[in-house]
Design a protein around this ligand. Sequence first.
Ligand code: NAD
Length: 295
Amino acid sequence: MNVGFIGLGIMGRPMAKNLIKAGYKLTVYDKFAKAAVEELVGAGAKSASSNKEVAASSDVVITMLPNSPHVKEAVLGKDGVLEGAKSGLILVDMSSIAPGASQEICAAVKEKGVVMIDAPVSGGEPKAIDGSLAIMVGGDEKAFNTVKPLLDKMGASVIRTGDIGAGNVTKLANQIVVALNIAAVSEAFVLATKAGVNPEAVFNAIKGGLAGSTVMNAKVPMMLDGNFKPGFRIELHIKDLQNALDTAHALNVPVPLTANVMETMQALKMDDMAANDHSAIVRFYEKLAKVEVRK
Ligand code: NAD
C-alpha cells in the first residue's frame, strides 16, 4: 500500500514518522514546512512537489492540515489531490475541521471515485510521537476497515462513530470538554494559589480523585513550570470552538460554556498569546486575580 502524507506540522511530522517505522512506503508534501519534508526524506520518505503528485503515487492519502479552507485547497484546489487521484483512492482527512466541510469535500471527490473518511485525532504532540492518539472516524465502513491497520500505527484507539462528518462532530465534543476542563483547572488553581496553598501540592492531592483528568495531568505541570510552548496553540483551539459554535447554532443547540471559554481565548489572543499552548488559559485567570500558579 503506497501512502501519501500531506501536512507535516506539529502533528503530521511524528504521525508520518510512525508510518515509516511501521514499514509503509510514504510520499510526503508540505506547502510551507520544507525542513519537515527534509526530515521525513531523511527518515525514508519520498518527497513530492505538489498535493497532486502525492495523490498520483498513492493508494491512500492522509491530510493533516489546520482547518477546512486548507483541506479544501489541498484536495479540490489547483494541483490538488483530486487532480492526481485515481479512482478507488482513499482520502483520510485527519485534520480537525467543520463536519459540514468534511461532507462537502467527500461529495466533491466522490465524483472521481475517491472515497473520503474524516479521522481527526486527540492527544496532542506527545501521543502523536508515541503513536497513541485517540482517532475518531466518520465515513464509509469498507474504506475504514481498509485503512484501520494504518490508523492503528498512529493511534491507541481508533473508533468509527458514524458516517462522513461524524469524526469531526466527535472531535468538536472532545474540544469542548478539553477547553472547559483547562478553564476549570485554571480557575481552581488560581484560587488555591491566591489562598496561599502550594499549587503543586494541590495537584498531587487531587489528581487521583474525581477531579483528576488526562487534561489536568498534561496541563498542570506546564502551568507550574510557566511553560506555554505549544503543543496545541490557542489559535487552533479558537478555530475548533468556532466550528463548535457554528455547528451548534446551525442545529439550534445553545452552548453557553463553550461561548464563555471562546471569549477567554479571544482575550488571550488580544494579549498576543494566540501562538501559546492552550494551557495558557491559566494566564487569563492569573491576570484577573493578580497571582501566578507556579512551583
Ligand atoms: P500545524 O500548523 O503545525 O501543521 C499544519 C501543516 O499544514 C503546516 O506544516 C503547513 O505548512 C501545512 N499546510 C497548510 N496548508 C497546506 C496546503 N494547502 N498543502 C500542504 N500543506 C499545507 O498544525 P498541527 O498542530 O499539526 O495541527 C494539524 C491539525 O490537527 C489541526 O486541524 C489541529 O487542530 C489538529 N490537532 C492538533 C493537535 C496539537 O496538539 N497540535 C492535537 C490534535 C489535533
